[in-house]
Structure formats: C-alpha cells, structure tokens
Design a protein around this ligand. Structure first.
Ligand code: GLP
Length: 242
C-alpha cells in the first residue's frame, strides 16, 4: 500500500485527477469506478478542469458505480445514480450511455446485485476505483464486519452512517434509506488500481486503522492492504494519527 500525504483536499483532488488523466491517455476507454460523498468532489472538479483545458479526452471513458440506496426512485435527486450524473458525468460531458450501475429500484434486488457483478466482469473489470472512507472505516457501503471476500449485495446501514448521510436528506435521518446495494469488498479488490482519498480530522482514526491496523473485517478499508496496487491519499488532518 502506498500512502501519500498532501497539504489539503484540493491537492489530493489534483493528484488523483492527474492519475486518472494519465490512465485515460494510455487507455481512452478505461472503466473508472467512482464514489459518492463530499470527499471525491475535488477530484471530479480537477478532472473536469483538465477536460475543459483540453489536457485529457474523456469522451470514451466508462463510469461504474460503487454503491446505491435501495428503495429510492432512480430519478430521486439523492439516489447515487442521480448524484453521479450531476457530479461526474455531466461535468465531464458524458451521457448515461457511459454509465453502469446496479438498479436500486429493482423488484429483485439480489438479482440486480449479481447482474451488476457480472456486468463489471464482462466490461473487462474496473481499471481505477476511487474510494472514500466512512468514519467507521467502511468503503462503498461495506459496514464494519462485512466479509472481506464479499460480492455485490444488499446491506443494512449502521445508525452512524445514516446519521452521517442525513445531511444529504435535509438533515432528516428518517429520510435516509436503511438498505443499500454495495459492491462487495471482494468485488472492489478486483479493480486494477484502488485509490482512496480521505480528508479532515474526522477520518483520522479510520485512516490509522486502514493503514496501520490489522487486516480485519472490523475496518473494511483495511482490506486495501491485501491489494497489490492500492494508493491512499490523505491530507495532513486525516494523517494526524498515523
Ligand atoms: C457514503 C458512501 C461512501 C463514502 C462515505 C464517506 O457512505 N457510500 O462511498 O466514502 O459516504 O463520505 P464523505 O466523503 O462525504 O465523508
């Protein structure tokens, strides 16, 4: 695992956007796994700026979703599909033909999960997977004690994650779904390059457990230690307990 400490969120975003741009210059139709949350926004802004400046061509890039709420209509503004359309695809000038994700509104959710795992493999696998990290060490929506070999499946959110995510639902925890679909940890580990960005002091404990703790299901992000090409980019605040 490679750990890169940057001065702040903006520098982290720029560093990772440049890694994505380099990948796309080598492989224009790369499959990019993207994450939601506040942390990756500087990455998406920096990548869109590179596109606007003509420094990289993303027109053939493909975008894969990491996780999704169950039960929100697909066009709900806070479904992760909507969020990614708004925060990633539109700024990059991509339409939904470039996008793949699980169907959180499917009647048979487990079948949608299995179909998504299969679709990722058939698409050639994820080239670069961006990850954020929850305050409890979760990646995607793999909460603590998720199997490190897990595949894409339905999960129940912890109270802490619902509290953390209530800010996207008018601060009202009652509106935060209880169930989600997430790529499993085993699925995530199949990506060729994992890049986790963590910023702010609130992530310092989770980052320390990820980087210096044992590989253990109690900290799902610690599974990155098992991956041959994992990069953890942290600002000084998130690195403060290393
Ligand atoms: C959610 C997402 C994760 C994300 C996490 C942290 O739980 N499912 O993919 O990493 O939030 O979000 P933030 O970056 O806003 O702290």
């Amino acid at each position: 695992m490679e750990v890169v400490i940057v001065p702040g969120a903006e520098a982290g975003g720029e560093l990772i956007a440049e890694a994505m741009a380099q990948l796309l210059r080598r492989k224009p139709d790369a499959l990019l796994g993207v994450a939601t949350g506040s942390t990756p926004l500087p990455i998406y802004e920096a990548l869109a700026a590179k596109v606007d400046a003509g420094a990289v061509d993303v027109s053939r890039a493909r975008i894969a979703q990491l996780d999704e709420y169950v039960g929100l209509p697909t066009d709900h503004p806070e479904s992760y599909r909507s969020v990614l359309r708004r925060e990633v695809l539109e700024p990059l000038g991509l339409d939904m033909a470039a996008f793949m994700g699980p169907d959180g509104a499917a009647a048979d959710v487990q079948a949608a999960c299995t179909a998504y795992d299969k679709a990722l493999a058939e698409a050639g696998g994820v080239d670069l997977q961006l990850l954020g990290i929850g305050t409890d060490g979760h990646i995607g929506f793999n909460e603590p004690c998720s199997s490190l070999a897990s595949r894409t499946r339905i999960k129940t959110l912890t109270e802490q994650t619902r509290v953390d995510n209530a800010r996207f639902f008018e601060g009202d925890i009652a509106q935060v779904p209880h169930h989600v679909i997430t790529q499993g940890i085993g699925t995530i580990l199949e990506a060729r390059h994992l890049v986790l960005l963590a910023t702010g002091e609130g992530k310092a404990d989770a980052v320390a457990a990820t980087v210096e703790g044992p590989v253990a299901a109690v900290c799902p992000a610690s599974a990155l230690q098992l991956h041959p090409h994992a990069t953890v980019v942290v600002d000084e605040a998130a690195a403060s307990k290393l």
